[in-house]
Design a protein around this ligand. Sequence first.
Ligand code: ACM
Ligand code: ZN
Length: 766
Amino acid sequence: MVRIILLPVILSLSLFTNAQQEINIIPKPVSLQVSEGNFVIDHNTSLKYDANRKDLKAAAMFFTSYINHISGISLPANIHKSKSIEFRIQKTGEIGDEGYLLKVTQDAITITANTKKGVVYAMQTIFQTLPAIRTNAVLQVPCMQVKDFPRFRWRGMHLDVSRHFFSPELVKEYIDLLAMYKMNTFHWHLTDDQGWRIEIKKYPKLTSVAAWRPDEGPSWVSRSEKNISGPPTYGGYYTQTQIKEIIRYAEERNITIVPEIEMPGHSAAAIAAYPFLSCSQQPQPAMTGGNYANITSVYCVGNDSVFTFLENVLTEVMELFPSKYIHIGGDEVDKTSWENCAKCQALKNKLGLKNEDELQSYFIKRIEKFIVSKHRKMIGWDEILEGGLAPEATVMSWRGESGGIAAAKMKHDVVMSPGKPLYFDHYQADPSTEPVAFGGFNTLKMVYDYDPVPKELENGYEQYILGAQANLWTENISTALHAEYMMLPRMLALAEVDWTPKEEKDWNNFNERLQYHFKRFGQSGVNYSPGNLTPEIKPFIQNGKLYATLFTEIYNGRIYYGTDGSDPSPSGKLYTNPIQIDSSVTLKAITVVNGRVLSKTVAQQSFVMDKATGKNVVYANPVSRNYSADGPNALTDGIRGTDSDISKYWHGFEGKDLIATIDLGKEETIHTISIGCLQHYRDWIMMPLWVKFEISDDGENFKEIKTVNNTVPSNVQSSIKDFTADFPEQKARYIRVTAKALVGLPKGHPGEGKPAWIFADEIMVY
Ligand code: ACM
Ligand code: ZN
């Protein structure tokens, strides 16, 4: 009796659970309710829509071609069949111009939206429930009701086609991936030092000369101006006809293409074609790689014919691209040629400008005026803030978020694209297991956890954040497979950052849905990274004690670890809770899924214990928010920094002294105090001039023990040095360490005269 009653209940519950499990939409919709049953797309199905609308007709074609591609079924339109899929454009509240309502029952699918965009996004949601490739499977769309609309207006992905060229077909495949995950902006980086990629009718040498360079093989970093001879055989460009077709293709998929024409820097290729564009006007070869001291990459700002050239180029660009935004670059301008140019200096004096930053600002403002006169909007990298922001400019914040925050506070629109975590050319897993990347460390989880609205903007400035974008620079990426690997699955995390309401985000749930997308990528031959297979080890300090947490982003991953020096194994210690570190040890860990060791390398972290480990550090000047390592106690977490990833374990101070006070908690007998510092010349990080060590009983009256002067020459590229004071035993409870900042970067440095950074990893007390 009991069994007979209970059984149907259990059955329907499990059916319901199964149905729910099949819904793995990324980005997660605003609201989605699944019910039992499916709509089957078959020969009894037709489309229904207002055929007088050209945009709906195009959307319908997009839908039918996908269905045809995966099943061979050709869906008729506006013919009576027993089941219909209807697209309705009608005024609907709440969902905005990109949102949609989707209702799937066994008899009908209805999509309602304010615009064609919403209709196409609803289609993408449907596609994600269907096979990714042609199979013999029945096309079943689970019955459901969805209300969906994006959190942000700018959901961007960038592709650098200058460092390596990607054919029009590959660009379309890239656009397909963006579209599938409801991204709406493709930032096409069309020009740079190493190649100009867009046909400009008025300047044919931009494609006959500037699009080509000698082929130097795979290693980007080893290339230099010493070996740029050789025939220019590497390159390519897009004809205007090809570009029009790509724009049409993108438009069909709700993607706006924002073209980027770099200026005034990153322009060596254009100058190679037209030497009159530079200050020296001397002929120069194309750049083939990244390290060139004697090739200029900057347009002359003091020469009006440069502006004529740029306006002519931009005119053709704006005739091609319907995008409201035109990206003009503006990043990393080396202004030394302006300093040495009579024309640039004459202009500076005539306009009464104080410095070259203001010359750059003049350049950008003049270009903005031109772009605005054509009823478009200018966007540029955050360097366009230097010397004064152009009146209507939108800022793309890449050097962290600070440029974006400053611009938003000035009521300018901002796209957040901070290097950490949104540079997808950076490593996404243990670098020793990965193809060469542009440094950094941006895991899938870091991307997922990113919020485009920083705390500083939460009160009234949120509206200026248009959204977030990830950038794919291609110095080290020359194939489509590699580009896919760097982009996937991180773009799926970004899609959810940009689309899904903040309160609906859930890492574990995302990770579960992601597994379904991995299967689809596998079926359709799209390359992707499995994620960081090596566990991450992170320290934290609580109540004066040091702990290590272990984390894996791998779905269903378990972590096994050991501290006795031997390699861990799946039969060893399973990680469940933070591990207290109470002596100098090396912690080792592996990721295991279903008994199988997945990590290719053993994660390792050494901890050094001393009397300061785990103690609180109080700074007189605040640590930079961009270089705050893993929290406030990096200097006493027992972890030494390395020079390979400077964003890890180092605390950075910009142009200010590091003044750190540590309370040891009780009076201790001590004889040595030491602080580790970093020099990274090209990143503006220099050794302190000197380090002063002081001690105190009460935390107020300090006594100097010793001051240690720096001995690392200022031209050393990379160095780690411990500044150490050894002294006869003393009793002390408080330690104060002052590292004196270098106020002017040395002569010949790109930032000559500007404040240097101080980086420190650990204070040790014995
Ligand atoms: C940039 O990465 N230089 C914008
Ligand atoms: Zn000049």
